[in-house]
Write a protein that binds this ligand. Structure first.
Ligand code: NAG
Ligand code: NAG
Ligand code: NAG
Ligand code: NAG
Ligand code: NAG
Ligand code: NAG
Ligand code: NAG
Ligand code: NAG
Ligand code: NAG
Length: 578
């Protein structure tokens, strides 16, 4: 025979060989049940042990039968699973990840990947995401346990959705998604997880009857992949659509990558237009840009801050995303997403129906707002203190806000206060109390003396305490601490005015009488406020101490020294004017 002919026959044989694989109806091997490890009555498409591969449905169905410990395992993708059950009739099996059962704390635990189109999660399967190495857990809907000294938390749901909903978990160092099918229970902690891992989860498998359909499936799979890739690419947000992407945008992109902030939802400008109904309802405006009211596609209301285009290389944008994407606290506003497209930069926040605190304090102008009760004022003071304490010591990185003032405190439907506007914020290591800063930042009237004049003292978290104190005094006094339309220049320095009233025990508000039972709240707020605005940072309490003082027994509160007259004379542009 001619060698070419032999070669052709050889090729023909090779290409037809797969079809000689035994078929489900093959009476000889495929349908004969056999036992493997713990399992009995196994048949096609599974093979392994004494059953040769040509009797099975392909490499994916190779069972490893361990006689010594009577277990059966299978490798799917790169993962090794223990098989607990196989149901040939219904084409399902129940598998367990032995690595998780053995040591859920292992730093080598990976996501579960089925990595093959032949296997699908059963319909009852859902993911639990485990977040390792978290600094703290603040949400009771998470289960938790510890791995050594590290706090580990978990919650039902895929990781990206959880990260979107609870941006603070981005601080956990590592996440793993694990499929389970027992009902979620956060209270069981590690025991619940162990039980869920032990029972494993169901997988449906697909039997391919001949190699043609394998080819068909591969081609179809490939087409689907290409389609998905294309759709993803098309909807992959704002990147460089306009060729306007400036150098600073590249820096921002690099920064976002670095921060892992891309776990925040990124929106296209066209989405933002849709959400705001083409920027129809304006909520506010300031030095930073304009805030519009909007609606997400699921109907939840949002506030969308469009940052000014020309400003400082997007530093305010970076500040805001960097600071706030690290936080999750009931008293800190939640950033839901952002948009970065050409020169348009938008930040998307949860919507606060009652607007900012200033309109409740100053109550000027025609839109008369019902005044806050003293209990409301106390609760708001407490909430802001808790939010600030959290920013100062609650995260791995200390966040200094540098622009605490009534405009930047938002109130939800229940008048729960949330700290917002992190455009001037600074991040710094927690072990460093004094920070270096080249510029003066803040708003006149609230800015601490050391921020205006570095020779005075070092800038630190105590600078936020000062602003908080000034705001507290305004809340009590029901007026601005500096009179913008100061008609009489002889006006007394506001803290002195308050101090005088504290000494004389006279009412603060001329237009209203304070009920005797509320006088204590008022006095307490004044004392705390005056401590906070002590001229030298060392004389001011930390935010934790402020909370203690707000809760403490009245008799234990010392009257602070009268603040030195330090009404700032340097003029500082208002950073954000509403
Ligand atoms: C073995 O499995 C087949 C289905 O593949 C089923 O019909 C049969 O009843 C099973 N036999 C035993 C002994 O469980
Ligand atoms: C898979 O896990 C089993 C334990 O369930 C183990 O006996 C087996 O050696 C593992 N196989 C591989 C390839 O890691
Ligand atoms: C397979 O699953 C079905 C439905 O859950 C069940 O009725 C049947 O008994 C199972 N068969 C085996 C062999 O486990
Ligand atoms: C937590 O982080 C430390 C340091 O990065 C690492 O050594 C340790 O393995 C981590 N723990 C877990 C459970 O991931
Ligand atoms: C987890 O994934 C990493 C990276 O893909 C790999 O190096 C490691 O071996 C995997 N660990 C296990 C237990 O499969
Ligand atoms: C898996 O198989 C079961 C039993 O045949 C079926 O009820 C279920 O819908 C299947 N799930 C998926 C995701 O295909
Ligand atoms: C669970 O997470 C994995 C990635 O780890 C993903 O492939 C799978 O589709 C998710 N399953 C469900 C039911 O969401
Ligand atoms: C705060 O908002 C809620 C809901 O929008 C409203 O019912 C309530 O009257 C507001 N409170 C004040 C004090 O305006
Ligand atoms: C703070 O901690 C970092 C890293 O642990 C260290 O490099 C730095 O010197 C520390 N600073 C102070 C003031 O202790």
């Amino acid at each position: 025979m001619h060698p070419t002919f032999i070669f052709l026959i050889f090729v023909l044989l090779l290409t037809t060989l797969p079809q000689s694989r035994c078929q489900p109806n093959d009476p000889v091997c495929g349908q004969q049940p056999y036992n493997c490890g713990s399992l009995s009555n196994i048949s096609y498409p599974f093979w392994g042990l004494n059953r040769p591969s040509f009797c099975g449905g392909g490499d994916s169905f190779n069972l490893k039968c361990h006689a010594n410990d009577a277990t059966t395992s299978i490798q799917i993708g790169s993962q090794n699973f223990t098989v607990k059950e196989i149901n040939i009739t219904f084409q399902t099996m129940r598998v367990v990840r032995p690595d998780l059962v053995l040591n859920v704390c292992s730093p080598h635990v990976n996501n579960t990947g089925l990595g093959s189109s032949l296997f699908k999660y059963g319909s009852s399967v859902y993911n639990i995401t485990i977040f390792y190495n978290c600094s703290l857990s603040l949400d009771a809907s998470f289960g938790h346990f510890s791995c050594g000294n590290e706090i580990t938390i978990f919650r039902d749901g895929p990781q990206d959705e959880l990260l979107r909903k609870f941006p603070w978990i981005a601080r956990c160092r590592r996440y793993v998604e694990v499929p389970v099918d027992v009902p979620y229970d956060n209270s069981g902690g590690l025991d619940f997880l162990q039980q869920a891992f032990d029972s494993g989860f169901p997988i449906n498998y697909t039997v391919l009857n001949n190699p043609k359909s394998v080819t068909g499936a591969t081609v179809a799979g490939l087409l689907i992949c290409i389609a998905i890739f294309y759709i993803r690419y098309r909807s992959s947000n704002c990147k460089g659509d306009f060729g306007l992407a400036t150098k600073s945008n590249k820096n921002i992109e690099a920064f976002l990558q670095n921060q892992g902030a891309l776990t925040l939802k990124r929106y296209k400008l066209s989405d933002v237009k849709k959400m705001t109904n083409n920027f129809k309802v304006k909520l506010g405006q300031g030095g930073f840009g304009i805030v519009y009211q909007g609606k997400l596609s699921n109907g939840s209301p949002v506030a969308i801050k469009m940052l000014n285009e020309a400003k400082n290389n997007g530093e305010d944008f970076i500040n805001e995303v960097a600071s706030i994407s690290r936080t999750s606290h009931i008293n800190v506003v939640t950033l839901l997403g952002f948009c970065l497209e050409g020169r348009k930069r938008a930040l998307i926040y949860e919507f606060m129906s009652n607007g900012s605190l200033d309109k409740f304090i100053y109550r000027k102008g025609p839109e008369a707002i019902a005044p806050l009760s003293w209990d409301n004022i106390y609760q708001i003071a407490m909430g802001i203190a808790r939010g600030l304490e959290y920013l100062h010591i609650g995260c791995n990185t200390r966040i200094l806000h540098f622009d605490i003032k009534p405009h930047n405190i938002l109130l939800d439907d229940n008048l729960c206060p949330k700290i917002s506007d992190f455009g001037l914020a600074k991040l710094c290591p927690r072990n460093e109390s004094i920070i270096s800063m080249s510029d003066a930042r803040g708003t006149m009237g609230y800015v601490a003396p050391e921020v205006l004049n570095r020779h005075f003292a070092g800038v630190s978290h105590k600078s936020d305490v000062y602003s908080y104190g000034m705001m507290l005094l305004e809340m009590v006094g029901g007026r601005k601490n500096i009179n913008a339309d100061a008609s009489h220049t002889s006006e007394i320095y506001f803290p002195h005015w308050i101090y005088k009233r504290l000494e004389l025990d006279t009412d603060l508000r001329l237009e209203e009488e304070i009920m005797p039972e509320k006088k204590e709240i008022v006095k307490r707020l004044i004392i705390v406020g005056l401590w906070c605005i002590q001229t030298f940072p060392n004389g001011r309490p930390t935010m934790s101490r402020v909370i203690d003082m707000l809760e403490a027994n009245m008799n234990s509160l010392e009257i602070p020294p009268k603040p030195l007259l330090s009404s700032p004379t340097t003029s500082l542009p208002e950073s954000s004017i509403s």
